[in-house]
Ligand binder design. Structure first.
Ligand SMILES: *Cc1c(COP(=O)(O)O)cnc(C)c1O
Length: 396
């Protein structure tokens, strides 16, 4: 069958990466649950096992459904190669452990995803890896730390939960001067809004659990980059075993068909919610990169095609106000998830940064009364009415 790749992301979300995996004339990628693959011909088996011929050997290594998912993301991220994982955190930890060794130094930002931050603060130091975390958005400080020399620069932009932005081109330039690799967690932006590989980055990481899947019913992770780097990470993962399940791959492929539609609607809703909250007198602050008063609005405008579906806001009255406000929302799950078709809300202290102590959260610049809001695809009138009645119910 002919290639089904376009230069446009909406078409690729629907068609890309599937044609090699369709069987028996089916129009949908099958879920291949087989653990192992049968070879009567020992020579053919040997060729597949040694990578000289296409095929599959054992489910911990590769699987056709999982590969179709990887191909779809690879095309959307305009990458040479992609490999997948059981979760986003597995994608992050496996990628870090593939390239880092004792004595290495990495430079990153303070407000990465809570789990990533735990790897930096707890697990990497144990391996005698030096982690330097700079204030998110302080590009001068970051350039200074990078210039001292490092193996890796690790970015996440926009960040979770305060939606701060790092200038990818600027920081990548600094990293290349000292021959450092650059990894970017692109979970919040999605390939619809941002393609870090085209900005010179070495590896793009996604928690596929979030926007890629979009339906909060499957866990997964994926990384994209050069064949050389991705092959090395794949090798670490195939041995260490954090493999994506074929059923999860199938669900995420199905979710990805509507990726562009969902992201467009989610960011339209997020934008309207941010504007509404900004003028509400019970709101202390709103963080959304699409707002002109957002500290990194100009960078976001330059490097992103859209501002995404994530925002956060601080209520006047802090945690007590949050306690009154959240249960009143009708069209929102109070849950530790984001990027789904349903609007999902949660305080940072029970979601992204639940692993951190109050002192650690304060050091990361996360107010205890901060609410993270992942806009769904509902009708905006319902979301705004819902927010209004919940805010009105807060007693001073
Ligand atoms: C959720 C998330 C992760 C971790 O992904 P899991 O699939 O939950 O392991 C990493 N980075 C960001 C930005 C996330 O939102």
């Amino acid at each position: 069958m002919e290639e089904k790749n376009s230069v446009r992301t909406g078409t690729n979300s629907v068609w890309a990466g599937e044609k090699d995996y369709l069987a028996h004339g089916a129009t949908q990628v099958p879920v291949v649950h087989s653990v192992a693959y049968n070879y009567n011909d020992v020579d053919e088996w040997y060729e597949v096992a040694t990578g000289k011929r296409k095929g599959h050997i054992y489910g911990r290594n590769t699987n056709p459904t999982v590969q179709s998912f990887e191909d779809k993301v690879k095309i959307l991220e305009q990458a040479e190669a992609a490999t997948s994982f059981s979760t986003g955190m597995a994608a992050i930890s496996n990628s870090l452990l593939t390239i880092l060794k004792p004595g290495d130094r990495i430079v990153s930002i303070k407000d990465t995803y809570g789990g990533t931050n735990k790897i930096f603060s707890e697990f990497l130091p144990r391996l005698n890896i030096d982690v330097e975390l700079v204030e998110t958005g302080n590009h001068e400080e970051m350039e200074k730390e990078i210039a001292k020399g490092c193996k890796l620069v690790y970015l996440e932009t926009p960040t979770n939960p305060t939606v701060k932005i790092t200038d990818i081109v600027r920081i990548t330039k600094a990293a290349k001067k000292v021959n450092a690799l650059v990894f970017v967690d692109n979970t919040f932006a999605t390939p619809i809004n941002q393609n870090p590989l085209t900005l010179g980055v070495d590896l793009v990481i996604h928690s596929a659990t979030k926007f890629l899947g979009g339906h909060a019913d499957a866990l997964g992770g994926v990384v994209c980059g050069s064949k050389e780097l991705v092959d090395a990470i794949y090798h670490y993962r195939e041995i260490n075993g954090a493999t994506m399940d074929p059923m999860a791959a199938y669900l995420i492929i199905r979710g990805m068909k509507t990726l562009q539609l969902r992201v467009e609607k989610q960011q339209e809703n997020a934008w309207k919610v941010a504007q509404f909250l900004q003028q509400h007198d019970k709101i202390e602050a709103v963080f959304y990169p699409g707002l002109e008063n957002h500290i990194n609005h100009d960078i976001a405008k330059k490097q992103m095609k859209g501002f995404g579906g994530m925002l956060s806001f601080a209520l006047k009255g802090e945690m007590e106000a949050v306690r009154q406000f959240l249960p009143k929302l009708k069209f929102a799950h109070r849950a530790a998830n984001l990027g789904a078709v349903e609007t999902t809300v949660g305080p940072a202290r029970t979601t992204s940064h639940v692993e951190n102590t109050p002192e650690e959260r304060a050091a990361l610049g996360i107010p205890e009364g901060l609410v993270r809001y992942s806009a769904g695809i509902e009708d905006i009138e319902d979301l705004l009415y819902d927010l209004k009645q919940a805010l009105d119910s807060i007693k001073a």
